[in-house]
Write a protein that binds this ligand. Structure first.
Ligand code: PHE
Length: 337
């Protein structure tokens, strides 16, 4: 009997199992009701006396080994989802999985955020459907003020309250921040904004902005300029910059900042309308009325704000000629970034 056990052990060890089919054959031969193992146990029943203990022990060891081989192989072959390896044609071409890429607007947005985060700015978000107060009134756009015409707006009627709009700029987030936090405030507000403009290769009815806000004691226009110089040097490299006086209801004084591209290439000529200068952002010192509207002591605090469109900067950076391409979700376009 002990010899038989030894023999069976070896048989199990050298049995070739190479797929699910041969694994099943193994099971039938060794572990089924009529298999070798059960037969031995049947024989064992009639043994008596001295031998029984030793044989019983060896029989149990044998069973463990035979079952061990089965379990090990079952894991191995059902691991490959039960695929019979010999049925796989390894010479067939592989269809590679498509992996998405970061959208060019997100790349540029993240770049800009990183630069300002490195000098202590935090990032804030707000709602895209905004009420009149946060989008206009708190920002010093008087009722019927002609400045409200500066930005053609998509109004949303949210009954029964009414008077909502798709935000026309992320300055609305500045208002929310000033209402909720005490200075010093140093934050960036990235986000999508909406304007009722004719869609063309150069403008869209929605686009992306990043605005910045810094409020503290004794903040001056010099701080604004230095902050923007630093940003331009990090993002565009060393370039000439100029500030032109401008007007926004919520800043006083206000300016527009241009960077010098030159007119060396056709694209530079087109973008700068032949002047070499490209407008990048609007900025200014936060109007004291706005500080007051938001509950900040305008005697004690002052601040600056700026805002830029990410879409145009992205087009400039990557030489994209039509703004609409960025929103068509065409993978041939998106794959390039
Ligand atoms: N909110 C202005 C716009 O959308 C940009 C801006 C922000 C200008 C902050 C000055 C200060 O055009």
């Amino acid at each position: 009997m002990l010899e038989k056990i030894e023999e069976l052990k070896n048989k199990a060890k050298i049995f070739t199992i190479e797929n699910l089919e041969s694994l099943e054959n193994y099971r039938l031969a060794f572990l089924s009701k009529k298999g070798f193992l059960n037969n031995l146990f049947e024989e064992f029943k009639v043994i008596s006396g001295e031998e029984k203990r030793e044989i019983g022990k060896q029989l149990n060891i044998l069973r463990q080994e035979v079952e061990g081989i089965f379990n090990e192989n079952r894991e191995k072959f059902s691991g490959s989802a039960g695929v019979n390896k010999s049925n796989i044609d390894e010479s067939l071409p592989v269809f590679s999985e498509k992996i998405g890429s970061t959208h060019p607007i997100s790349i540029v947005k993240n770049n800009i955020l990183e630069i300002f985060e490195s000098i202590g700015f935090t990032v804030e978000n707000g709602p895209e459907i905004e009420d009149d107060w946060h989008n206009f009134t708190a920002l010093n756009f008087a009722e019927n003020h002609p400045a409200r015409d500066m930005q053609d707006t998509f109004f949303v009627n949210k009954e029964p309250i009414g008077n909502y709009a798709l935000r026309t700029h992320t300055s609305s987030v500045q208002v929310r921040l000033m209402e909720n936090e005490k200075p010093p405030i140093r934050a960036l507000m990235p986000g999508r904004v909406y304007r009722n403009e004719a869609v063309s290769s150069r403008s869209n009815c929605f686009f992306h902005q990043i605005e910045g806000l810094y409020i503290d004691e004794k903040v001056s226009f010099a701080d604004l300029k230095q902050t923007l110089y630093y940003f331009v040097s990090q993002f565009f490299g060393e370039r000439e910059i100029r500030f032109r006086p401008s007007y926004f209801p919520f800043t006083e004084p206000s300016a527009e900042m241009d960077i010098f591209l030159g007119t060396a290439t056709e694209q530079d000529k087109r973008l700068t309308k032949g002047t070499g200068w490209l407008e990048i952002l609007g900025c200014g010192m936060v109007d004291p009325n706005v500080l007051q509207n938001c509950g900040i002591d305008q005697e004690k605090y002052s601040g600056f704000a700026f805002g830029m469109g990410i879409d145009r900067i992205t087009m400039l950076k990557y030489g994209i000629k039509d703004i609409r391409q960025m929103f068509e979700n065409d993978v041939r376009f998106l794959e390039q970034f």
